[in-house]
Design a protein around this ligand. Structure first.
Ligand code: SAH
Length: 460
């Protein structure tokens, strides 16, 4: 290890900064957040630093450096463009055991500044010892994405309740179990969402009844198939889950994001094939949550678009289960982007309607005159079985037979296939496409030829 990471308490400690350029300003900002006393030596100072001096946040003690200024200094930063002066400052500080950092000169630093991810009081400091700054930046981005902005509030609450928890659980193991259970529960999400009252009530409840099980169900939209389109939140909860119940449109790539030792249960339903009923899925979700499990219910696209997410949420709320919903990119939106077919466009369509073909005729009376209005783009999920009726009704109610249509199968994935044709041909096109497939009807489809960017398409 080239350096030992330590966390310094700089409150009310004297810091000397020689030089007042942009780099110095960055250091001043960090040091101010640590409540240090900051003294500046510089010929001239920028407007921003002048403001800080005027407001007595920092002190401008001289224009010229003198050795006597080092007295009582805890830490020194040399940020001048005078190499000789920097060297001299380093040598004197080193001799007098004062921590010193010469900016951009690693050989003249008794300490270096790490890259900081600040979620106070949680602070993550990382460093590559100056060897790979770009790699460090990548790593930092990864860590930042794992730590929501309000992450620190979790530690703040824990700090406030630490004594009370200690008094309630005299045994160290019990205390450890308490905190582990709390931090693995929905408590965390309540804090992150700013619902601190709810979070505290979970905490209080757990102090009173430490053996209560706090399971939860998270309805998660996994997007249209390409794992690049998972949301950050979806990945977070998949990595946290104890059990995952997933549908048949969830690809292997996506399942790979699930925590290795989580239990995965396939509950897919395919049209026309007998499989687990919706009632049984809901029963299983409730059962697992009541066992104290963190259950992820993983659905294709978005849970609330033809995904029965609404029904499941309602049943879970009725059963008093803690629930969260993570939206996903619905097939219509994802496929619109990956096929270069904007669903609205000032010159072609003033609105878009999402419908399912599955129930077009049997149970629901669609308003065919609205659906046939050519100023709207139609996005039809599960259209294959009813394709010919859909096209007949639309033509009967006024859409032109020549209206362009796109049938996109396995959209957004490397197997995506876009077939372009006319409204009066859709049943024939469907016969040649494999599932899952999505139907887009409307003048915007004509833009595909020009706007396609992801893969080549077929003209029917
Ligand atoms: N909740 C999902 C939709 C579930 S219904 C969502 O928001 O996307 C399932 C239907 O969605 C399929 O029959 C098909 O019409 C469409 N679909 C989902 N993924 C698709 C994909 N990758 N390519 C084409 N169609 C897709």
């Amino acid at each position: 290890m080239d350096y030992l990471p330590v966390f310094l308490d700089l409150k009310s400690k004297n810091i000397l900064i020689i030089g007042a350029g942009d780099i110095a300003l960055n250091k001043i900002k960090i040091l101010l957040s640590c409540k240090a006393i900051i003294n500046i030596i510089s010929q001239d100072v920028s407007l921003e630093i002048q403001d800080l001096i005027k407001n007595k946040k920092i002190f401008w003690i001289s224009k010229e450096f003198k050795i006597s200024f080092l007295e009582n200094m805890f830490l020194v930063i040399a940020a001048t463009n005078n190499t000789k002066l920097n060297k001299k400052i380093f040598e004197i500080c080193n001799k007098n055991r004062i921590l010193v950092n010469v900016v951009d000169d690693k050989s003249r630093c008794s300490f270096i500044f790490p890259s900081i991810i600040n979620r106070s009081p949680i602070i993550v400091a990382i460093s590559s010892a100056g060897k790979a700054p770009v790699l460090l930046r990548l790593l930092r981005k990864k860590i930042e994405s794992m730590l929501p902005i309000k992450f620190g509030n979790i530690a703040k609450i824990a700090g406030k309740w630490r004594e009370i928890v200690k008094n309630n659980f005299s045994n160290i193991l019990e205390r450890k179990n308490f905190w582990e259970k709390l931090f693995n529960s929905i408590f965390i999400q309540y804090v992150i969402n700013g619902q601190e009252k709810k979070a505290i009530s979970i905490l209080k409840n757990m102090i009173k009844r430490p053996n209560t099980l706090i399971g939860e169900v998270i309805l998660v939209g996994a997007g249209p198939g390409n794992s690049d389109l998972l949301t950050l939140r979806a990945v977070q909860v998949m990595q946290d889950a104890d059990v995952v119940l997933y549908d048949n449109l969830i690809s292997k790539d996506i399942l790979n994001f699930i925590r290795r030792d989580a239990k995965c249960i396939y509950v897919g339903k395919k049209a026309g094939i007998k499989s687990i009923t919706q009632k049984k899925i809901i029963k299983l979700l409730i059962f697992l949550a009541k066992e104290g499990k963190k259950v992820v219910r993983l659905k294709g696209g978005d849970p609330f678009i033809f995904g029965r997410g609404g029904e499941e949420l309602e049943a879970l709320k009725n059963a008093n289960i803690n629930v969260q919903v993570v939206p996903g990119i619905t097939a219509g939106i994802g496929i619109s982007a990956y096929s270069g077919i904007p669903l609205t466009h000032r010159d072609y369509a003033q609105g878009v309607i999402f419908i399912t073909g599955h129930k077009c005729f049997n149970n629901v009376l669609n308003n065919w005159s609205v659906l046939s209005d050519s100023s709207y783009t139609l996005v039809i999920y599960m259209a294959s079985l009813k394709a010919s009726e859909i096209s007949k009704q639309l033509i009967l109610n006024g859409r032109l037979q020549s209206t362009p249509v796109a049938i996109i199968s396995q959209g957004t994935t490397i197997k995506q296939k876009v077939t372009i044709g006319r409204l009066d041909e859709i049943d024939k096109i469907f016969k040649l496409t494999i599932s899952p497939s999505l139907l887009i009807i409307g003048d915007v489809v004509s833009l595909h030829k020009k706007l396609t960017w992801f893969k080549d398409s077929t003209l029917f």
